[in-house]
Design a protein around this ligand. Structure first.
Ligand SMILES: *Cc1c(COP(=O)(O)O)cnc(C)c1O
Length: 446
């Protein structure tokens, strides 16, 4: 695959989100990235087919392995994250699964942050658990000692989110990366909520970044996608016997991925794994993702700014018992957010209503601009009740321990006018208060 370059001079983020990876590779000169809707690519001759099969970088063959539209999106995300390359797949879950299956085998152990995305948590606990890969969850990811203590002789990956969902915890990426590297283990960061505009984990020491591109990267809420980005610095062959699929197994040419692909070993192995498991992205979705990324910094800057305004407004309201937003001084990770998130603290936060589930239900029914749905990072503002949806399979005492009570609502702030959103929140709070008479409030768990 020829990789058309943009410029050697360092360009700013806002410029790269428009230009990186998608310049000058269409034979007809189309300026927008064409959508290559094809189930295959012609071989020039028998030898050409053989070459493309042996090395996908020689040219496209079958779109499960690679597609020019997807490749443009891969180059752009890799550029924005500061990685050496990326792999686009059909969803965020496919990205996480591909990254983990590239690294892990039966008998391996993972240490993950307890507040990780519920889909990832269940993947680790249930599905990978069934395949003989065990996971321990760090109850307090802000305690470096807890990560250190959870690492055992078979630990092969640390997994966390740069900004955690729904309570907005911020990962001390440099501290956790340092612990991982002391043990010869890669740190995988799900950076969906931060986006490369707010935080670039690879620059802070992480080794692999995964995204649900369905969220902020696309932004328009019209397509699913996932990306795995490789930092290219982790030494997979540093400890003999580890990371067998990348540094141990030999291909038909007698070489391991490390020997064949050097710093791109993980990425090449991930592409091979993805080719076999089949989470190929639709070229149309790759195009939609590229369209979305063109406005990423503008959206996230504005959405974060509005989120900060709304979070501060909610914190002053008597109907609200607490707001979890790292942009507020009341958040336990506020100092980390100031240090690691100078361009904004993200567009997602949660708040807890006095009055528990009844208040949350009344609020959700009353708001007109906030759409009740399980999605985030959309240009439209969204509201979700985690205790009855994303976290419904957790026991009540567990939910209480992790601070996701029946009165907690998660908001994803869109691009609407801030004053209109505040008026909508006001409408929701009035309904919440009316649903739970004041004299009953003290008896209701928030
Ligand atoms: C949505 C999400 C995922 C899963 O992504 P899909 O595109 O829905 O498969 C993973 N991690 C985080 C943080 C998410 O918000």
């Amino acid at each position: 695959m020829s990789a058309p370059e943009t410029s050697d001079a360092p360009l700013a983020f806002a410029t790269r989100q428009l230009h990186a990876g998608a310049r000058g590779f269409d034979a007809h000169g189309a300026r927008a990235t064409p959508i290559y809707l094809t189930a295959g690519f012609e071989f020039d001759d028998l030898g050409d087919g053989e070459a493309r099969f042996a090395d996908p970088d020689t040219g496209y063959s079958y779109p499960r392995v690679g597609n020019p539209t997807a490749a443009a999106a891969e180059r752009r995300v890799a550029d924005l994250e500061g990685g050496i390359g990326a792999l686009l797949v059909g969803s965020g879950q496919a990205a996480t699964t591909t990254a983990l299956l590239t690294i892990l085998e039966a008998g391996d152990h993972v240490v993950a942050a307890s507040g990780i995305y519920e889909g990832t948590r269940e993947l680790l606990r249930s599905d990978l658990g069934r395949l003989g890969i065990t996971t321990d969850f760090v109850a307090d990811p802000r305690d470096p000692g807890a990560w250190e203590a959870a690492i055992g002789p078979h630990t092969r990956a640390l997994v966390a989110e740069s900004i955690a969902n729904p309570r907005g915890g911020v990962l001390d990426v440099p501290a956790v990366a340092a612990i991982a590297h002391r043990h010869g283990i890669p740190l995988i960061v799900d950076s969906t909520l931060a986006t490369p505009y707010l935080l670039r984990p690879l620059e802070l020491g992480a080794d692999i970044v995964v995204h649900s591109a369905s969220k902020f990267l696309a932004g328009h809420g019209t397509a699913l996608g996932g990306v795995v980005v490789d930092g290219g610095r982790f030494r997979w062959d540093a400890v003999p016997g580890r990371f067998r699929q990348i540094a141990g197994e030999r291909g038909p040419d007698g070489r391991t991925f490390v020997e064949r692909s050097g710093e791109r070993a993980f990425l090449s192995a991930a592409r091979r794994i993805a080719m076999r498991f089949g989470p190929a992205p639709s070229p149309l979705n790759a195009f939609l993702l590229l369209q979305g990324i063109e406005t990423l910094s503008l959206r996230v800057e504005r959405q974060s700014g509005t989120a900060a305004q709304l979070a501060a407004w909610l914190e002053r309201r008597p109907e609200v018992v607490g707001v979890d937003y790292s942009g507020l001084p009341s958040h336990p990770d506020h100092d980390l957010a100031v240090r690691l998130l100078p361009h904004g603290r993200g567009a997602l936060f949660s708040f807890t209503l006095a009055g528990g589930r009844a208040a949350a239900a009344a609020f959700t029914d009353a708001v007109r601009l906030f759409t009740p749905m399980t999605h985030l990072g959309d240009v439209r503002s969204l509201v979700l009740h985690p205790a009855s949806t994303t976290h419904a399979q957790r026991a009540d005492d567990e939910l209480e321990r992790i601070g996701i009570g029946p009165g907690l609502l998660r908001l994803s702030i869109g691009l609407e006018d801030a004053a209109d959103l505040i008026a909508d929140l006001d409408r929701g709070l009035a309904a919440a208060a009316a649903a739970v008479p004041a004299r009953e409030l003290e008896a209701v768990p928030a």
